[in-house]
Design a protein. Structure first.
Length: 316
């Protein structure tokens, strides 16, 4: 690879890391400072030391399941390596957190194949904004994108998506408020095929309080996609708001009961001290976090990378 290209990639990675570190500053203050005070303030590695760590991790929204796994792994390593000094546990704990976030099956096939991306999420989590930013990124990478405005339930959802479509310079197929979402998807599929689109992104209504309706709606949409666009690769992303902490995990869980979720998008990470929820979701649901939002700009929607996340959160 050309040295100039390698240098450019290094600079780009540095820039992403800087934005990520800045976006995670509240989470860092919440989790890392608490951890470090335990490492500095504990005289020995005993039950109290582990209990204090457990409290910091759970309060940082890393979740009970992930916290148990992280601490079990830490205890094993401490035993194996015969560690006596609490300060020496810092890096081991960071490594255990990283292990909880690693996902074998994280891929972005939809970017390279003819695809349909269904985007699900309750109102107010940043679903429409996420679709707009993703569409922009795909367009910048030379992809032809069509948006389907199938959230016909919420007033102004279509208008908001149309605004993003104009901003991103992509086509949009919409329905009137109250129109049948499945009919909108049918029209969007025909348009995507006729225009030779690489990616069709579909905004759907997320009404978790009425799961039965949502399930029926998604089944109907899926039937249309299977019949009308059988060759398209399928991606289903659920968007959750990191500022809601454990509630984001519960939402992701509930959506995974009504749809085959292939990835999670965590928004508003920059506005919260609850960024540990990224660890909880990946650990508890086994569904990879694929994107995180750490700011307002298009560049602030980043592909999730466990190593970068941990580096941005913990590096001195």
């Amino acid at each position: 690879m050309d040295e100039e290209v390698i240098e450019e990639e290094k600079e780009e990675r540095k820039g992403l890391l800087k934005r990520l570190a800045s976006g995670l500053s509240k989470t860092r203050a919440n989790i890392v400072s608490g951890m470090d005070s335990i490492f500095r303030g504990s005289a020995m590695i005993d039950d109290e030391f582990y209990e204090d760590l457990e409290e910091v991790l759970i309060m940082g929204d890393i979740g009970v399941h992930a916290t148990d796994e992280i601490l079990e792994e830490l205890k094993d390593k401490v035993k194996e390596q015969g560690i006596k000094d609490p300060g020496e546990c810092r890096q081991l704990l960071i490594d255990s957190i990283r292990d909880q976030m690693q996902s074998e099956d994280i891929d972005y096939r939809f970017e390279d194949e003819r695809s349909v991306v269904l985007v699900i999420g309750v109102n107010g989590v940043g679903k429409t904004t996420t679709i707009g930013k993703l569409a922009s990124k795909l367009k910048q990478n030379g992809k032809r994108v069509v948006l389907g405005a199938a959230d016909t339930f919420r007033a102004a959802a279509g208008e908001q998506l149309t605004e993003w479509a104009h901003r991103a310079g992509v086509d949009i197929i919409g329905g009137q408020e109250g129109a049948d979402p499945a009919a909108v998807v049918y029209d969007a599929v025909q348009a995507a095929k006729a225009r030779g689109a690489d990616v069709l992104m579909v905004d759907t209504a997320g009404r978790l309080h009425n799961k039965k309706n949502l399930m029926e709606e998604l089944k109907k949409i899926n039937r249309i996609l299977e019949r009308e666009f059988p060759d398209a690769y399928r991606e289903t992303l659920v968007v959750v708001d990191a500022t809601t902490g454990q509630n984001a995990l519960n939402q992701a869980k509930e959506f995974s009961e009504v749809a085959e979720i292939t990835g999670i998008v965590l928004t508003k990470m920059d506005g919260t001290a609850k960024g540990g929820i990224a660890v909880a979701i990946q650990s508890e649901l086994g569904i990879p976090v694929k994107y995180i939002g750490v700011g307002e700009s298009i560049e602030d929607l980043q592909k999730f990378d466990a190593d970068q996340f941990v580096e941005a959160l913990f590096e001195e």
